[in-house]
Design a protein around this ligand. Structure first.
Ligand SMILES: [Zn+2]
Length: 486
């Protein structure tokens, strides 16, 4: 048995002005043997695909995998490039393959409005109908129910933080292999639930969402014919008709039971909609900083401040206020500013320079800050990711500099990556316990590590592209009747 694996993965914030280009996808793309060696034994979707195939003695054909993370809509050039590369790669092996496994996000959008559904339907058109396709999605995909017309096995992460990326790839791989062996005939139903939530409220261990996820697991146990019940939370910052929550239920060809599970889960989620959207639990900048200092008082671990609305890791709202008012020792890990990183790197360790930092990705990122900093570290770090989510995957921060203003340490990086674990400290010989406050830009993924490593978490809402208050965004494409936006 031979299975090809590939992926083209982006969470698109369609409101952001500058697109995600082919170059940005190419910078992180892995192909052939490099794909295998980069992802084998990692907690990632391709890592899970590889494990399923190896466990079952299936031969792997590693084609191409590129995952940018969360950024602006892709250029159509990048989309066409990867659709063509994946389709050509499959066609070249068509008669020697038994199946294809794809790692997609589900919230990919191009500048012209094409999505993951267009990607899968175009690949299907190019490769014909004989080869089964399996797809592993992110928990934040805005899935279109029409996916079932083009792919035979579909599932999504069950956890946010996504500590189960490897398990999800493995689940899709194993269901596909069982199907190929004729052990059962998996059939999937996808149904929308007309709710979309800000990513900040999609942490799956936080109530009441943890109860929804527990009920999905209970449904899988209750019915022997149900193989998988994925609750896909959707992505509120991609303005597309199929925005919002979806249920993917896969059974052993038992539509009646699938429909029963879908009706039960839909009602449960719809009835909880108001409490799933606790929009009053966030702070403005000033009150949030005051709250963080209150929490930190007499505690050994730092308090985490979450500037969650920042989708590009370069917003300056909280940093500006910290520079004005804070005397605490503050860590600002993974602040995306390739220009400032390059300038600080060129100036060298020990120099004091005037630097314009942050606020460059859009007019909503706050203003760039002109500050005098001391350069305390520079380099081009490459390492394997620590923590739980994505553990082992390759990280390349590009040109990086740690600069200091007052008692505030800022990690200026060139790759756009969110800080979610202790890598920014451990990879640089630092200790997070030496800091009073840590300013992060993650939504839920930081929780896997920072719930334990902090004395508390304060969520700050800013007028950025990923706010908790969704009524501050102008939706044009979302369908009517989606709570709380249309
Ligand atoms: Zn996600």
């Amino acid at each position: 048995m031979r299975i090809l694996i590939a992926g083209f993965n982006l969470e698109s914030v369609t409101f952001l002005p500058k697109p995600t280009t082919l170059d940005e996808f190419e910078r992180v793309a892995k192909r052939g043997e490099d794909l295998l060696s980069s992802f084998e034994d990692t907690n990632t979707v391709p890592g899970g695909f590889i494990k399923a195939c190896k466990d079952e003695g299936v031969e792997l054909v590693p084609l191409v995998y590129s995952e940018v993370g969360a950024a602006a809509s892709a250029t159509d050039e990048a989309f066409d490039h990867f659709v063509d590369e994946i389709s050509r790669g499959i066609r070249a092996e068509l008669y020697n393959l038994d199946a294809v496994l794809l790692g997609l996000h589900g919230a990919l959008v191009t500048k012209n409005g094409r999505t993951d559904l267009d990607l899968v339907s175009e690949i299907r058109r190019q490769i014909g109908n004989d080869l089964p396709l399996g797809v592993a999605f992110d928990l934040h995909g805005n899935l279109d129910p029409k996916f079932i017309d083009y792919a035979e096995v579909l599932s999504a992460y069950r956890e946010s933080p996504h500590i189960d990326m490897g398990d999800t790839g493995e689940r899709v791989g194993k269901i596909m292999i069982a199907k190929l062996r004729g052990e059962f005939d998996p059939k999937t139903v996808i149904q929308k639930v007309p709710i979309t939530l800000p990513s900040i409220f999609t942490a799956t261990k936080v109530a009441p969402l943890c109860e929804v996820m527990a009920e999905a697991r209970r449904q899988e146990e209750l019915y022997a014919n149900i193989l998988d019940c994925s609750v896909v939370m959707g992505f509120a910052y991609a303005d597309v008709p199929q925005i919002g929550i979806s249920l993917i239920v896969t059974s052993k060809n038992d539509h009646d039971t699938s429909n029963k599970v879908i009706a039960h889960m839909s009602k449960l989620i719809w009835d909880l909609r108001e409490s799933l959207y606790p929009k009053d639990s966030v702070f403005n900048v000033r009150n949030g900083l005051r709250k963080a200092l209150e929490i930190k008082k007499n505690e050994q671990k730092p308090a985490v401040i979450l500037e969650h609305a920042d989708r590009m890791n370069d917003s300056t709202y909280v940093l500006h206020e910290l520079i004005k008012t804070s005397n605490e020792r503050v860590a600002v890990p993974y602040f995306w500013d390739p220009q400032a990183a390059k300038t600080a790197h060129a100036a060298g360790v020990g120099s004091n320079i005037l630097l314009e930092v942050g606020g460059k990705s859009s007019s909503k990122a706050g203003q760039p800050l002109l500050i005098e900093v001391e350069v305390i570290w520079t380099g081009k770090p490459k390492f394997q990711m620590g923590g739980l989510m994505g553990k082992g995957r390759p990280v390349d921060l590009g040109v990086t500099a740690i600069v200091k203003v007052k008692n505030i340490f800022i990690w200026l990086i060139s790759a756009n990556i969110s800080a979610i674990n202790l890598d920014p400290f451990e990879q640089f010989g630092m200790d997070h316990l030496d800091f009073d406050l840590v300013l992060l830009r993650s939504k839920t993924h930081f929780r896997a590590v920072w719930e334990k490593e902090s004395c508390g978490i304060v969520i700050i809402d800013t007028p950025d592209w990923g706010p908790a208050l969704l009524n501050t965004l102008s939706y044009e494409h979302a369908r009517k009747g989606v709570f709380p936006i249309t």
